[in-house]
Design a protein around this ligand. Structure first.
Ligand code: NAP
Length: 325
């Protein structure tokens, strides 16, 4: 028997249960990982609340972890028991001591990355890789807007943008978070709890607005984000921290300057083992060169996952949050 987090009904953090379960044997192309650290991501709150639908209930939770290979399927050739690995795109169930997933979802960890760092950086780093380097390839000298800049994804985006010579304007919910985003490389910050985001972006860009706006906040920022995009620019709506964007009238894109909008997912970019590995290599390269460092803002015991969810949903976290089995 092992322990995991599971939920039988949707709801608040209180639906999360820390339960004993019998881990599956790996299928021919699968691997079982003994987790040493687990990454908490906002998507975990969507599956818990019911905004996203898990394949079945009761369900495991979490898609990101790091640990050692504990068992391999009969047809797996690329991994051996004892290998140090991490994953970010597997099936639900990472919030567990032992997790079974397809071998082609695993990444071998370089020696210089600890399990805790890997669980804190892989999913969020892969996300920043595709957002800044693929969805819209930012260029040195550009000024971009990135919401929730002191959060998990945002903390990495501040650093990566700075490394590329990009001026990142980061929105934040408090003065402390503004300080943190600035320290990580944000060029400017806007506290959207009391400042006018659109007026501040117009002032900071001398009226030009931004060629790209990255919005993981969703419902509360959608309209303001559109008003910060330069004519024919792109709004990348990549998350729903404040709720989902719904009921969009396409005509609004015409009114606000012939804008483009995309709603990307990590699964849509890391959709082959080769692409997943190439993206991970770039994240690891940024860590190795010191251009990116991992901000672990909070650590919780796996058994306290409900408290971790309360902190993340309650906007009390900065940087990444990890759970320790
Ligand atoms: N599409 C993808 O591939 C992909 C991949 C990874 C993450 N994401 C998305 O990226 C976003 C950030 O993810 P994360 O895991 O790094 O989380 P996070 O940024 O650490 O936490 C979310 C942050 O959003 C801000 N926020 C604004 N309004 C909020 C509200 N009503 N409730 C809660 N938070 C609110 C808070 O920062 P302030 O207090 O500063 O406002 C909060 O700290 C999420 O929307 C997530 O779904 C998308």
């Amino acid at each position: 028997m092992a322990k995991r987090i599971q939920f039988a009904t949707h709801g608040g953090p209180e639906v999360l249960e820390y339960r004993a379960y019998t881990p599956a044997e790996p299928g021919p192309l699968e691997v079982r990982v003994q987790n040493q650290a687990i990454g908490l991501n906002f998507i975990d709150t969507y599956f818990r609340s019911g905004l996203y639908t898990p394949p079945a209930l009761p369900s495991g939770l979490g898609t990101e972890g790091a640990g050692t290979v504990e068992a391999v399927g009969s047809a797996v050739t690329q991994f051996e028991v004892g290998d140090r690995v991490a994953y970010a795109t597997g099936p639900l169930g990472a919030c567990s001591e032992l997790h079974v997933l397809a071998a082609d979802k695993l990444i071998k960890l370089p020696y210089f990355i600890s399990f805790e760092q890997a669980a804190a950086v892989l999913l969020k780093g892969l996300t920043v890789q595709y957002l800044l380097r693929q969805t819209y390839a930012v260029k040195g000298g550009e000024t971009i807007l990135f919401h929730a800049a002191a959060g998990g994804v945002g903390s990495l985006a501040c650093q990566w943008a700075k490394a590329l010579g990009v001026q990142l304007i980061g929105t934040v919910g408090s003065a402390e978070k503004a300080e943190q985003a600035k320290a990580l490389g944000a060029w400017a910050t806007i506290d959207y709890s009391h400042e006018d985001v659109v007026q501040r972006v117009l002032a900071l860009t001398e009226g030009r607005k931004c060629p790209v706006v990255y919005d993981g906040v969703g419902r509360d920022t959608w309209e303001r984000s559109l008003d910060c995009v330069a004519p024919r620019g792109l709004l990348v709506s990549f998350g729903n921290a404040s709720g989902a964007v719904t009921g969009v009238n396409l005509g609004i894109l015409a009114q606000k300057g012939s804008l483009y909008v995309t709603r990307p997912t990590l699964a849509g970019y890391a959709d082959t083992p080769a692409r997943l590995q190439a993206m991970a290599d770039e994240v690891f390269g940024m860590l190795d060169s010191g251009q990116l460092h991992v901000e672990i803002g909070q650590r919780f015991a796996l058994s306290d996952a409900a408290d971790a969810h309360r902190a993340l949903s309650g906007r009390q976290t900065t940087g990444s949050t990890i759970l320790l089995p």
